[in-house]
Design a protein around this ligand. Structure first.
Ligand SMILES: Nc1nc2c(c(=O)[nH]1)N[C@H]1C(S)=C(S)[C@@H](COP(=O)(O)O)O[C@H]1N2
Ligand SMILES: [Mo]
Length: 168
């Protein structure tokens, strides 16, 4: 065989064996209901140009978790259910150092990704079994467990969350 042909064969076998890249962020099902959360920035899986949009059903189709805790804004022990922040970031293949979390009232705070390894920080979609209205700090509320030793937990418990931007 000619070297030229061998080279070509080698070239094509390497080309086809190369792992699929997700640079277009289009590997997530599209939401059909109202979009409650948009994740942008350093993600590799999404359903729109460079972003991942979620309705409540799509969020709750991810692995869910329960967190029983008290908060400064509620009475007594609460059962929050939702998606752990670490699982949500995994689902969109986020790679970064921090998350800028923005609420409907434009309140925002930067949360280091380490927080989600240190504590089971929950993106809650439900409180005591019920979805949350905007009036009741919903539809999405970032919940840290009350026994967290994180001195910044309170300002990072963003209610009426609407956007997460993954910062490099
Ligand atoms: N959506 C939203 N979440 C928010 C805030 C806000 O203004 N809007 N303030 C944060 C800050 S800085 C703190 S200290 C507490 C404030 O809680 P408070 O309003 O009960 O004092 O909630 C945090 N979560
Ligand atoms: Mo605050």
């Amino acid at each position: 065989m000619h070297y030229g042909i061998r080279f070509l064969l080698l070239f094509f076998s390497v080309w086809f064996a190369a792992p699929e890249r997700h640079s277009h962020a289009t590997d997530l099902t599209k939401p059909t209901g109202a979009v409650v959360l948009t994740i942008s920035g350093a993600i590799e899986v999404g359903n729109n140009t460079g972003s991942a949009e979620f309705d409540l059903a799509l969020l709750e189709s991810l692995p869910t978790a329960t967190l029983e805790t008290t908060t400064p804004w509620t009475e007594g022990l609460q059962v929050f259910r939702g998606v752990l922040m670490r699982d949500l970031l995994q689902a969109v293949q986020a790679s970064g150092t921090a998350v800028k979390a923005t609420a409907l009232n434009d309140y925002f705070v930067e949360i280091p990704i380490e927080d989600f390894a240190a504590d089971p920080v929950l993106l809650a979609t439900r409180r005591n079994g019920e979805t949350m209205t905007v009036r009741n700090k919903g539809p999405l509320w970032i919940i840290y467990p009350s026994d967290s030793s994180n001195p910044r937990a309170q300002e990072r418990m963003v209610w009426q969350l609407s956007k997460l931007e993954i910062l490099p």
